[in-house]
Design a protein around this ligand. Structure first.
Ligand code: HEC
Ligand code: HEC
Ligand code: HEC
Ligand code: HEC
Length: 495
């Protein structure tokens, strides 16, 4: 057999290059580990100057801020909306207007109503109340579209409520019932134990997923915890059973295929597609899982290494708590390890992102078209039985599309894996179209004219939504229901 490494240089020189590469990486990681240990020691002195004694789950981050003003001041900057890189940034952007095909992909599911690119943690509560995905309960006799499970990744009031009522009862209560309770955006109590400031896992779903894999999450090494605090929310998940119990589908492993098998074995579907009548899966945002498969994840870096770089201020070193695109601060986040210029590093990020976008731009419209062609087949009298293999491919294709796209950082975190996933998505989509063409021919059906879905509004009308009405109801909800929530929260001394 041919040597895997054979090339014009011969295997030995490549072996040498690899050893050198590994040596450099080991030194880099040793340095990272050293800084982490060094700084943790430094932190101890801060604890001795505590101004307030925090007991239990304190959801108000300003109280913690009295003890840790540097972290608090940078945490407040998650409110900033002043950064834009080539594809991302902390400015909200209506994704459905940018890409109306996504309305078709999510037809029959709440995401077809509203979907925006994320912004800073400061806005989690405001954005949750404001999105059309939660509906406008209490307006025009509307009921809740979502259970309280939806609040899970939004606020330190969530662990507070779970402690009070138990996870099971919390998840299954209607979303609006928690409106007066959940008022603080993501803060210190989501990630820290106030007694010693150790990183802590406050979300049952992550603990339970680790338990099922036979691991005790509290024993995870600190470098892993510097990612696990993010994996409480930046992961794939689903709402299990009638109790809508928040569950991470990792029992078979963390890859796209592992999780697909998990869902298939449970015969699980998030919803039935309104256009193609396919039983669909919705991928959430497998940021952590995909990160593990990328070059930095495989070298043992953690999320905090880039998203929470160290800053020095008056001789004190601390972690930047702004949690934004690392391109906002390349010198602290990348150049600690890489000697390349800011320009080069930025270009390396865009290089991967642009190439992923090429595949996405091929896949997304073809997948939307496949849903519509399937509807034409249904309308033309083609049976569910004949359409079963088409629907199986659509389910698989869209799971791949969503998995690769919903993790906003993945095109940089794990470019090869994400390209692999999207290209399988494109393959499955085109296979479904080939099967459909055969069915059309066998039934002597003409492929009709495709609808105009060139804007969000047109696409929403095609799937039977009335965007104007939804917006009016939301405006009413924000001016009538939410103020009542806030009054109640004030009366109970929570804000
Ligand atoms: C309690 C859940 C939760 C935890 C824990 C969490 N996040 Fe987030 N994160 C969110 C949500 C929700 C959003 C979207 C907020 C919005 O758009 O309103 C978000 C947004 C972001 C963004 C986008 C910000 C922007 O400016 O566009 C980044 C980056 C991010 N998180 C990184 C992290 C990192 C790194 C960690 C761990 C150190 C982490 N998050 C921990 C829930 C969480
Ligand atoms: C999304 C999770 C997350 C949130 C929210 C968060 N932190 Fe941290 N914090 C971290 C991580 C990760 C570290 C790095 C820990 C390490 O390396 O040991 C850290 C470190 C710290 C440290 C140790 C010193 C340092 O700066 O490295 C302090 C003190 C601290 N945070 C205070 C706060 C305060 C105060 C808040 C709220 C205003 C807060 N944190 C919110 C994740 C978080
Ligand atoms: C090696 C550095 C690095 C590490 C480690 C890293 N990221 Fe990122 N992350 C980036 C870069 C670079 C981007 C793209 C930013 C851009 O395009 O502006 C990004 C983007 C993101 C985004 C999208 C931000 C937005 O504005 O939409 C999220 C969310 C995110 N990362 C979360 C995480 C999580 C969670 C982890 C750990 C599992 C992690 N990152 C680890 C460098 C890193
Ligand atoms: C804590 C150290 C560290 C930080 C911080 C860091 N990197 Fe890296 N980076 C590495 C290591 C280690 C590798 C893998 C090197 C290898 O395998 O030869 C790597 C590899 C890369 C690669 C090559 C990836 C590939 O396909 O093999 C790029 C591009 C890169 N980093 C960009 C960045 C950018 C941009 C940032 C800031 C957002 C960043 N890195 C932050 C340590 C770091």
């Amino acid at each position: 057999m041919k040597n895997l490494y054979s090339s014009k240089y011969g295997p030995w020189i490549i072996g040498l290059a690899i050893s050198l590469g590994v040596a450099v990486a080991v030194v880099v990681l040793a340095l990272v580990a050293a800084t982490v240990t060094f700084r943790r020691a430094e932190v101890a002195s801060v604890y001795n100057n505590k101004k307030v004694d925090i007991k239990g789950i304190q959801p108000d981050s300003s109280v913690w801020g009295q003890n840790y003003p540097r972290e608090y001041e940078t945490w407040k900057r998650t409110a900033d909306m002043n950064f834009k890189s080539k594809h991302l940034g902390n400015i909200p952007q209506n994704s459905l207007s940018d890409r109306p095909d996504m309305v078709i992909l999510w037809a029959g599911y709440a995401f077809a109503r509203d979907y925006s690119a994320p912004r800073g943690h400061f806005y989690t509560i405001e954005d949750m109340r404001g999105t059309l995905r939660t509906g406008s309960p209490g307006v025009d006799e509307q009921k809740d579209l979502q259970p309280s499970t939806c609040w899970s990744c939004k606020s330190p009031d969530v662990p507070r409520m779970i402690e009070q009522m138990g996870a099971e009862d919390f998840y299954k209560s209607p979303w609006s019932s928690m409106g007066p309770q959940i008022v603080n955006s993501i803060g210190c109590a989501d990630c820290h134990n106030p007694a010693n400031m150790d990183l802590t896992i406050t979300r049952p779903a992550l603990r339970e997923a680790y338990q099922r894999l036979g691991r005790d999450i509290d024993q995870a090494p600190i470098q892993e915890k510097r990612s696990l605090v993010c994996a409480q929310c930046h992961v794939e998940y689903y709402f299990q059973g009638d109790g809508k119990y928040l569950t991470f589908p990792w029992d078979n492993g963390y890859t796209m295929e592992n999780m697909e098998t998990y869902y298939d074995e449970a015969d699980y579907a998030d919803w039935t597609h309104a256009v193609s009548k396919t039983r669909m899966l919705k991928a959430q945002h497998p940021d952590w899982e995909l990160f593990l498969l990328g070059p930095h994840g495989q070298k043992g870096l953690s999320c905090a290494d880039c998203h929470m770089p160290y800053i020095s201020e008056g001789g004190v070193k601390f972690s930047d708590h702004q949690l934004v695109s690392p391109l906002n601060n390349i010198s602290s986040s990348c150049q600690v390890c890489h000697r390349d210029s800011e320009e080069t590093l930025k270009e390396l990020v865009y290089f991967n992102q642009d190439r992923l976008l090429e595949t996405r731009n091929r896949l997304e419209p073809e997948l939307a078209k496949t849903h519509i062609l399937t509807k034409m087949a249904i309308d033309g009298g083609i049976s569910d039985e004949e359409l079963a293999p088409v629907r199986a491919l659509i389910r698989q294709a869209q799971w791949r599309w969503d998995f690769g796209v919903a993790s906003h950082g993945a095109s940089f975190h794990a470019p090869v894996e994400t390209q692999r996933i999207l290209s399988h998505g494109l393959d499955k989509t085109l296979q479904a179209q080939l099967l459909l063409k055969d069915l059309f021919r066998a039934h002597n059906l003409e492929i009709g004219e495709l609808p105009d879905i060139s804007t969000k509004e047109k696409a929403q009308q095609f799937i039977g939504l009335n965007p104007q009405k939804l917006n009016e109801q939301k405006a009413m909800f924000l001016t009538s229901v939410v103020p009542q929530w806030l009054e109640e929260a004030k009366a109970q001394g929570r804000i």
